[in-house]
Design a protein around this ligand. Structure first.
Ligand SMILES: Cc1cc2nc3c(=O)[nH]c(=O)nc-3n(C[C@H](O)[C@H](O)[C@H](O)COP(=O)(O)OP(=O)(O)OC[C@H]3O[C@@H](n4cnc5c(N)ncnc54)[C@H](O)[C@@H]3O)c2cc1C
Length: 300
């Protein structure tokens, strides 16, 4: 199948794009990397009358750090972020997750912001953005606003973005380590084939303090509900305790009450829940080992 006919605009500035969006609102769609939008158009799951291409807005193509916040512009591609030394150093959990996004060809075109807006519950970038308290900068003809990722998703592929709004960047606040502490990160997923969307994925960032206790853990799962899930209750159970395999085992048993996997003819709910438990254990264990290995190396 092919897309229904639409009028194509190539915006060269942010003002062009938001003026067009303001004029056409629900009848328009932003074209970013096109790796999700084009299949959706070709399957006729969306039938916009106008498509606004933002790829030539170079002002949206930067990765910068300002005031302890790492900002990734809306048209920065997965591949650019994956090879960014700044991201590897400052947001290692994101760097670990990015190679799992589709295939090289997908990452050469697709963008982090496009992935966040598309809102697939198994996508890697939304999960990491949720765990690290990222926020979106959003603009429209009338106003600008900030949307924390914690408030962005409210159902299966449903977001708080309005049809006249354009996301200009995703921003990751850089959190300092406790004095004398060290940080570890881990990401794991399972997919039917390499490059497919994950069936289940898990991510963890763990800060260990100078006394060897967990100062702050961030733990999340994707693919087990309508949107990525941060396990704040399990984090609270872990914070302040000494890391150990027994503790991580206990934590992984606690997660089931928070999971709401969909009925799926191909993947039984029990499978997703069992994998989520095992992945929780694995990322906790791997992040604590990573923190031990990296002791001191990532202190700011
Ligand atoms: C075969 C295949 C495998 C894939 N595997 C994975 C995977 O394993 N993991 C994964 O996460 N993704 C996967 N993807 C999707 C890929 O990561 C996409 O790049 C991503 O979902 C969307 O980014 P994009 O830049 O291509 O956005 P587009 O496809 O251009 O847009 C996606 C949606 O976001 C909207 N949008 C985009 N940018 C903005 C903006 N700045 N402001 C407002 N609205 C905007 C568009 O209007 C559209 O509705 C896969 C895709 C394919 C085709």
């Amino acid at each position: 199948m092919k897309a229904v006919e639409f009028e194509y605009f190539r915006a060269s500035t942010l003002d062009d794009a938001i003026n067009l969006l303001d004029s056409y609102q629900e009848d328009a769609k932003i074209l970013n990397g096109g790796q999700s939008l084009l299949p959706v158009l070709n399957m006729r799951l969306a039938r916009p009358k106008y498509v606004i291409d933002i790829n030539e807005i170079t002002a949206l193509g930067n990765i910068t750090i300002e005031n302890d916040v790492l900002k990734i512009g809306a048209v920065v591609r997965h591949n650019t972020a994956e090879t960014s030394e700044l991201i590897k150093e400052k947001v290692p959990l994101l760097a670990q997750a990015l190679p799992h996004v589709g295939h090289t060809q997908i990452r050469n075109r697709g963008t982090l912001v496009g992935s966040i807006v598309h809102a697939d519950p198994s996508a890697e970038v939304p999960l990491i953005a949720l765990l690290l308290d990222a926020y979106l900068e959003v603009t429209s003809k009338e106003s600008e606003r900030i949307i924390p990722i914690t408030e962005f998703y409210f159902g299966y592929m449903l977001t708080d973005l309005q049809p006249y709004e354009l996301v200009t960047s995703v921003n990751f606040p850089l959190r300092k380590l406790p004095s004398g502490g060290n940080r570890g990160t881990a990401f794991v997923e399972v997919a039917r084939r390499e490059g497919d969307f994950a069936i289940v994925e898990a991510a963890c960032q763990m800060d260990i303090n100078a006394e060897g206790k967990i100062a702050e853990v961030r733990l999340g799962i994707g693919g087990v509900g309508p949107a990525p899930l941060r396990l704040v209750e399990v984090e609270a159970f872990l914070n302040g305790k000494e890391p150990s395999s027994a503790l991580f085992k206990e934590a992984s048993q606690k997660i089931t009450e928070f999971l709401e996997p969909d009925e799926d003819p191909f993947v039984p709910q029990e499978y997703r829940v069992e994998v989520a438990k095992r992945f929780t254990y694995k990322v906790l264990e791997d992040a604590s080992v990573d923190a031990a290995l990296e002791k001191g190396a990532r202190q700011e």
